[in-house]
Design a protein around this ligand. Structure first.
Ligand code: PXP
Length: 238
């Protein structure tokens, strides 16, 4: 199985919004990433639309209907945007006010379970595949399967932030066990958050993942090497 690459282009929009300008345009970034070998273009539509906005999502989905992977929270705002734009797939993530980036997987409280169940059902009715962003934890994977998700994206934040070798090893073991369980549960397994050119191989080597979603490291490198080369380098590593 070939390992796919989803390139998150949120930070192209972050740069645009730093000047409330029209460029750099995420549409250009999406086209370049795909022609350089990315399998998916990933965008996170936050409720405050601080980088990617609804217009971006609509334009990207129109241009690349089979390659947009939309990250969004379990909320009416995001559900409406997703049903209107019809991306290839949606990854539901937790979203906390004021956070710099997503801080971990979904917390499956009874209220969240009910909301997720409804949102997943609505997205499925439009033939949109649904991924849930989860921590590498057996109970959460079982819950994702029970709620009807097609995919789980395992949060690699703890692994990517691990400061010692024993901790890094423990995080990798958790990711490997979780990926195996997810597959046994019939789920497709992705990974993402904090992955870069140095730490991605150990996760890829686990062998159970079908897609890695990577943003910050690729966009940061592209400032010095150009986006095509930053994407190609990551794709070649995988
Ligand atoms: N996957 C999910 C669910 C995310 O929320 C993010 C950050 O937007 C990423 C992957 C990409 O993380 P990074 O920018 O650290 O590569």
């Amino acid at each position: 199985m070939t390992l796919k690459l989803g390139v998150n282009i949120d930070h192209v929009a972050t740069l645009r919004e730093a000047r409330r300008a029209t460029r750099p345009d995420p549409l250009d970034a999406g086209a370049i990433a795909l022609s350089a070998g990315a399998d998916y273009v990933v965008v996170h539509l936050r409720k405050d639309q601080r980088h990617i906005n609804q217009k971006d999502v609509a334009a990207l989905c129109k241009l690349f209907p089979k390659q947009i992977h939309l990250e969004c929270s379990c909320s009416e705002f995001c559900q409406k945007a997703a049903l209107k734009c019809k991306p290839h797939s949606v990854c539901i993530v937790p979203e906390l006010p004021g956070e710099i980036t997503t801080t971990g997987g979904l917390k499956f409280t009874p209220i969240v379970q009910r909301q997720l169940f409804k949102m997943i059902d609505q997205l499925h009715k439009k033939n949109i595949k649904v991924s849930l962003f989860v921590d590498p934890c057996a109970a959460d994977l079982r819950m994702a399967a029970k709620l009807g998700a097609d995919i789980v994206e395992l949060c690699t934040a703890a692994y990517s932030q691990a400061k010692t070798m024993p901790l890094r090893k423990k995080c990798l073991q958790e990711l490997a066990l979780s990926a195996l369980l997810a597959k046994e549960l019939g789920l497709e397994v992705h990974a993402g958050h904090g992955l870069d050119y140095h730490n991605v191989l150990a996760v890829a080597d686990i062998g159970e993942f079908s897609c890695m979603n990577i943003g910050f490291a690729i966009i940061a490198r592209s400032l010095f090497t150009g986006l095509p080369s930053a994407v190609e380098e990551m794709k070649n590593l995988l």
